[in-house]
Design a protein around this ligand. Structure first.
Ligand code: 1PZ
Length: 212
């Protein structure tokens, strides 16, 4: 359809960005990773205004990271591991209170990517009778709810009720025939899993999975 071109959201760009974020040495390049998120923001915006509070939140996190990349020490923010090691070396990571470190900010996006992985997987496996709000809520309960306050959980659940039905989703995702859906979604899920696992290990090995 007409909107599946140009500047509009394209799931293929999510796949390409996350794939190109991973180097042969299994480094995750921060800039490419954020480009993947830029595309996901377009996706949220295509879903309507109810989701703009969520996309504002994500834009805020991306903004903090791009800001860090633009400073004098910006070259240290080249990859996820170089960022982590730079911030740890200079005591920029606070393990006790909330700050705007790159590590804790990126951790929020990292956790949200697990939600997306689960949701896209469920969407790919879903049938005509499946309800997108339920799929979304299940993925949220598993991946993000444990890290969110009661108030945020309530707001998220309300937003999920406003999600469009599967057909509309497939349209936004630019899948013309439902038969293609599973393949395209699984390919995207694989590119997400690859980035996610590398970052999970980087956070885990530095004891940073629970940064406040
Ligand atoms: C398809 C429609 C989108 C569904 C999105 C599912 C997640 C909804 C939850 C949104 C709540 C956002 C409100 C603010 C949350 C923040 O408190 C947390 C923690 O940050 P802190 O307070 O520690 O600084 N922020 C996050 O967890 C960041 C990411 C939340 C949104 C993820 C959306 C992912 C969308 C993927 C692309 C479609």
């Amino acid at each position: 359809s007409k909107h599946c071109s140009g500047q509009d959201f394209q799931i293929s760009r999510v796949l390409v960005s996350f794939n190109s974020a991973v180097t042969k040495e299994e480094e995750v390049l921060l800039e490419q990773y954020l480009v993947g998120w830029d595309e996901l923001i377009k996706f949220m915006e295509a879903l309507g205004t109810v989701f703009s509070f969520i996309s504002q939140e994500v834009k805020g996190k991306i903004g903090i990271l791009r800001e860090l990349q633009s400073t004098a020490r910006g070259n240290e923010y080249y990859s996820v591991r170089s960022m982590m090691d730079h911030e740890l070396r200079h005591n920029l990571v606070n393990f006790h209170k909330q700050t705007n470190s790159g590590c804790r900010t990126l951790l929020r996006l990292h956790r949200a990517l697990k939600w997306l992985e689960l949701f896209l997987h469920k969407l790919g496996m879903s049938s005509d009778e499946s309800n997108t709000s339920d799929l979304c809520q299940e993925a949220y309960n598993e991946a993000l709810a444990p890290y969110h306050s009661w108030l945020v959980r309530q707001a998220a659940s309300m937003a999920f009720l406003a999600l469009p039905e599967r057909k509309v989703f497939f349209d936004i995702v630019c899948i013309e025939h439902e038969g293609e859906a599973q393949l395209v979604l699984e390919r995207t899920v694989r590119s997400i899993v690859r980035v996610y696992n590398i970052m999970q290990e980087a956070y885990h090995s530095r004891g940073m999975l629970n940064l406040p």
